[in-house]
Design a binder for this molecule. Sequence first.
Ligand SMILES: Cc1cc2nc3c(=O)[nH]c(=O)nc-3n(C[C@H](O)[C@H](O)[C@H](O)COP(=O)(O)O)c2cc1C
Length: 226
Amino acid sequence: MDIVEVIKQRKSIRAFKPTPVPQEVLSRIAELALRAPSWANTQPWELAIVSGAKLEAIKEAFSTQHGARALPDFPGPEEFPEAYKNRFQNLAAKMSEAAKKGRRGKKAGEWYLQGPRLYGAPAAIYILIDRSFFEQRVGLNVYPVFDCGLLAQNIMLLATDHGLGTIIQAQAVHYPNVLRRMLGLPDSKLVLVGIAIGYPDWEDPINEFRSDREPVDSLVKWYGFD
Ligand SMILES: Cc1cc2nc3c(=O)[nH]c(=O)nc-3n(C[C@H](O)[C@H](O)[C@H](O)COP(=O)(O)O)c2cc1C
């Protein structure tokens, strides 16, 4: 698929078919995605790609934990200045309207377990950062996080090109100690984010809505073009 088409098609998918994603497809996506640029080519990432019974056990553990205080390695924002709050609320409104129509939103409470259950995705790609490169003697080195964002977008675009859907999820890493324990990872591996991946369930209305974007002119300023 043409890159423009891939960028246009990618969107967060919140209902997946249970059909497994072949390991060779995930392997191809990982190999190409890892061509992402990074600070001085430090490649400050590792991937844990999980499927099958192991992932089902993780989903179970996360839905059991759901509601308990999240203790992510990379905490989310506590404050949303007005502009960001408006965008967040706009998304939440669209999502909850679509969830009510969605198959999985029909029973009370069921929708809220979909996030910890990776929206039913049959595979997940967790992005890990070594603690030693993030936590510096003085302060934090944010560049591994930045670089992993580039990797994550590569993964999601390549998945789209393979007819797969994705959603990058902070929720997927709310309990990193659970992930470390279940995946046998040492404490030195920080879990940045998870990407749920699978074949989209296009029958589910939750996948119908598209998130908004601000008008380009409000975000882009031009200099030196006159
Ligand atoms: C770092 C990050 C974490 C996210 N975490 C979640 C999440 O936990 N649950 C969720 O439903 N969406 C999550 N999202 C998806 C965003 O809501 C989504 O990307 C945004 O609304 C734009 O929509 P689009 O991806 O369909 O273009 C996350 C996105 C990013 C970049």
